[in-house]
Design a protein around this ligand. Structure first.
Ligand code: FAD
Ligand code: UDP
Length: 370
């Protein structure tokens, strides 16, 4: 092999984890080869123009939000930004209500006119305080009580995960705040924006470096014997790396149904509508133009249908899966010359910015930087 002895790093996966670390390493003079088994870069954040010319996210809606200046500074080298604050409505009892739950949600749902103090008192009355909060059901009941739990959380969570909220770690539902004011943004991070020319363009610029070579359509497991690097950064599923030797780790999958609507400029008032009703087979519908600012006489949407089988998208935060993960993590810690990075390899319900922060930190560690 022509590269033998010259290649410093092999990076498996061209998603946020692989691309960010590849660029950081290349910037310090390292030679890096990035491979991905898919035919495109960007991992699950990949976006593309559909046949009608609308920018869509192939693997579901991706909204960038962070409180990390380091992450924003790093990514801003590769993209300008379009300010965007995500809004979500939830369809409950045939009505579209603000979500996360806020003062308007409670007033509209129950026909009340409470001010902020009134909503606080209302929640104090309906909440069901728990002695210990270890799972998502307890977390929500403790905050808002049975009725709001059933209307907004139980069905959505059962559909999304194929499990009871009581089987999921509290951190899953803890992603969603409960508000007594009228803030109707999905996220409250200091920085919220979309990459101006899309995610894929940002990834292209990140990989555009003389020290980086890219091979798409290349599965690590078919080339691991032929590609020799001093060090490998692996961002695929951790159990696959070890041949599923302890059994399969659960990763939740989704089917994405993309649709273009010709004869309507807009389908819905905000980017995403959630469907907690279990009689509806999808969890949410997202209309991309709200997020991208594109103008078009038609509109493109995606519906998400949760699945047990298929591409791995989410680690499953439960006691049993995390116990199994820890067995793989122990093996990973003993594996010399390989670092495990990202949502699938670290088995963490990471957002994009957390993956980038983890990649930057890992690069510093690998390079022996302070
Ligand atoms: P991935 O993007 O999964 O990349 C891993 C790459 O490794 C893949 O491209 C895969 O093909 C490749 N790979 C795997 N195995 C192999 C192999 N054997 N050989 C070669 N290549 C391999 N985050 C947010 O911050 N905001 C959001 O709004 C948001 N929305 C989301 C919506 C959905 C539906 C999903 C699923 C995720 C969302 N996320 C969001 C999370 C975000 O997608 C992840 O945090 C991020 O993409 C993870 O990056 P990664 O590089 O760790 O993994
Ligand atoms: N959730 C819910 N109802 C909703 C939205 C979210 O019960 O309308 C719960 C559900 O368990 C979900 C979790 O909160 O998996 C986290 O939601 P988030 O929107 O952060 O999920 P993601 O965008 O990562 O799929």
């Amino acid at each position: 092999m022509k590269d033998r002895g010259q290649l410093h790093f092999l990076v498996v996966g061209a998603g946020f984890a692989g691309t960010a670390i590849a660029r950081r390493l290349a910037d310090t003079g390292m030679r890096v080869r990035v491979i991905d088994r898919r035919e495109h870069i960007g991992g699950n954040a990949f976006d593309e123009f559909d046949e009608q010319g609308l920018l869509v996210h192939r693997y579901g809606p991706h909204i960038f939000h962070t409180n990390s200046d380091e992450v924003v500074t790093f990514l801003s080298r590769f993209t300008d930004w379009l300010p965007y604050e995500h809004q979500v409505l939830s369809q409950v009892d045939g009505r579209l209500l603000p979500f996360p739950i806020n003062r308007h949600t409670i007033n509209q749902l129950y026909g009340l006119e409470l001010d902020e103090a009134g909503v606080r008192a209302f929640l104090e009355r309906v909440r069901e305080p728990q002695e210990r909060i270890t799972n998502s059901e307890q977390l929500v009941l403790d905050a808002v009580g049975q009725d709001l739990y059933e209307k907004f959380f139980r069905g959505y969570t059962r559909k999304q995960w194929g499990m009871e909220p009581a089987e999921l770690k509290a951190g899953v539902a803890a992603r969603i705040p409960v508000r007594t004011d009228t803030d109707d943004r999905y996220f409250t991070d200091r920085f919220q924006a979309m990459p101006k020319d899309g995610y894929t363009r940002m990834f292209e610029r990140m990989l555009d470096h003389p020290n980086i070579t890219l091979e798409l359509g290349t599965d690590f497991f078919s080339v691991r014997d032929r590609l020799h690097a001093r060090h490998t950064v692996y961002t695929g599923p951790i159990d696959a790396y070890f041949g599923h030797c302890f059994g399969r780790l659960p990763y939740r999958s989704l089917h994405f149904e993309h649709t273009h609507i010709d004869d309507r400029e807009w389908l819905q008032p905000v980017a995403t509508i959630n469907y907690p009703d279990e009689a509806v087979p999808w969890t949410r519908i997202t209309e991309f133009k709200h997020m991208t600012g594109q103008q078009h006489p038609g509109t493109s949407i995606v519906r998400e249908y949760p699945r047990a089988e298929g591409e791995p998208y989410y680690p499953v935060p439960s006691e049993t899966s995390e116990t199994l993960y820890r067995r793989y993590r122990d093996l990973a810690e003993r594996e010399t010359g390989v670092t495990f990075l990202g949502r699938l390899a670290q088995y963490r319900y990471y957002n994009m910015d957390q993956v980038v922060a983890s990649a930057l930190k890992t690069a510093r560690m690998l390079l022996g930087e302070p």
